[in-house]
Write a protein that binds this ligand. Structure first.
Ligand code: GN1
Ligand code: MG
Length: 362
């Protein structure tokens, strides 16, 4: 970790380092845990930003600064305790920048490691309720951010755009894998029109964009010992989007009984109890600003995100694995099948999800 030690020295607030080790399972950035020697000093998270994907790092860090300072201010106004565990804090470099650029290795940033926190890959119905409540609050807190945020990845959750990327990949067939996946491509195409509903509604002026997190998978949340969400991490994709994004991506991971890359499809099922509890919490804190159109789209969001993720994984597989980090050669194909299977299982529950929401609105 010599390289990382060299980088961490660019952030003067960091004291003597005991050890740097690899952290997290993210598919995009590289993340390290920096353990410090002095017990009264916090530990840190060092991250190398993937600037092939996030091409405008300056805009990205500016978004993050806006979001974290806005949330911090709100928490202070509410006289919350323990604020440093509820919102991320990034350290400045010697010349006051929020990231460090190194000629050879690119862009790096450092944040304080939130102590006594854990990530979970599974949630309970109780914690889903609390997460829902928290997300509604998160969106409500960001509703009055004073400056517009930039799109850190343009068209990030735009379903029409993701399908276009799939079409381009199919046309190019760069890795010669098309034949192997043709039946999956056909199955995806069959539902394509319906899955682009949100973009159509937006064009018709019926669906607003709000500031969303856009990567609300469970592993991007820190929990305390009681299963309460302390803090949402991984803020690179915070940008204007439909609320579908946050609801959908959370349920994609939390309401699945298996991991997103499960090879044994029989292990995959949709947890209605996670859906209902999450929605109950979310509606409690978000109902004050949600339009009836947004509420109506909640069940759709639950199926949109596994579908979109299947499209993205399949596109990457066809392209020859140029985007997501993979652990074995067919990893993106296995991920695609798992997400598409999950999507179909969520779809079966559409009537039940709609009925639950109708009941809640009474
Ligand atoms: C990526 O960075 P990470 O691993 O949290 C991806 C998300 C996907 C997710 C699938 C910038 O998130 O959109 O949903 O993988 N992030 C980016 O696990 O593409
Ligand atoms: Mg992540």
């Amino acid at each position: 970790m010599e390289e990382q030690i060299k980088i961490i020295r660019q952030f003067p607030e960091v004291g003597e380092v005991e050890e740097i080790s690899a952290l997290t399972s993210g598919l995009i950035n590289q993340t390290y845990y920096v353990k410090t020697k002095n017990p009264s000093e916090p530990d840190y998270v060092l991250q190398r930003i993937n600037h092939l994907i996030f091409t405008d790092v300056k805009m990205l860090q500016h978004n993050i600064d806006l979001v974290t300072s806005h949330i911090r201010q709100k928490l202070e106004d509410k006289n919350e305790s323990d604020i440093d565990r509820k919102v991320l804090r990034f350290l400045p470099t010697a010349d006051g920048q929020s990231y460090y650029f190194d000629e050879a290795t690119g862009y790096w940033r450092v944040s304080v490691f939130i102590k006594d926190s854990k990530t979970m890959s599974e949630v309970t119905p109780e914690s889903s309720y609390l997460v829902g409540l928290k997300f509604g609050e998160f969106e409500a807190m960001l509703a009055d951010i004073p400056e517009p945020l930039g799109d850190t990845i343009p068209n990030f959750h735009n379903m029409e755009f993701r399908l276009q990327q799939l079409h381009d990949a199919v046309a190019a067939n760069a890795a010669g894998r098309l034949e192997e996946v043709q039946s999956l491509v056909d199955a995806i195409e069959k539902d394509a029109d319906e899955m682009c509903m949100a973009e159509r509604l937006h064009r018709e002026g019926k669906l607003p964009k709000r500031i969303c997190h856009c990567d609300t998978k469970v592993s991007n949340m820190l929990f305390d010992e009681d299963g309460k969400v302390l803090c949402v991490i991984d803020l690179d994709t915070v940008m204007p989007n439909f609320v579908c994004s946050d609801v959908g991506d959370f349920l994609r991971t939390a309401a699945n009984t298996a991991q997103e890359d499960e090879a044994d499809l029989s292990k995959i099922s949709f947890r209605m109890d996670v859906f209902t509890n999450f929605i109950r919490g979310y509606m409690e804190s978000a109902r004050c600003f949600l339009t009836s159109q947004e509420i109506e789209l909640l069940p759709f969001s639950a199926m949109l995100f596994p579908y979109m993720q299947a499209v993205r994984f399949l596109t990457d597989y066809i392209n020859g694995d140029t985007y997501y980090q993979i652990k074995y050669p067919t990893h993106n194909l296995v991920r695609t099948k798992a997400q598409f299977d999950f999507y179909q299982k969520v779809r079966e529950q559409l009537p039940a999800m709609k009925a639950y929401i109708a009941e809640l609105l009474k």
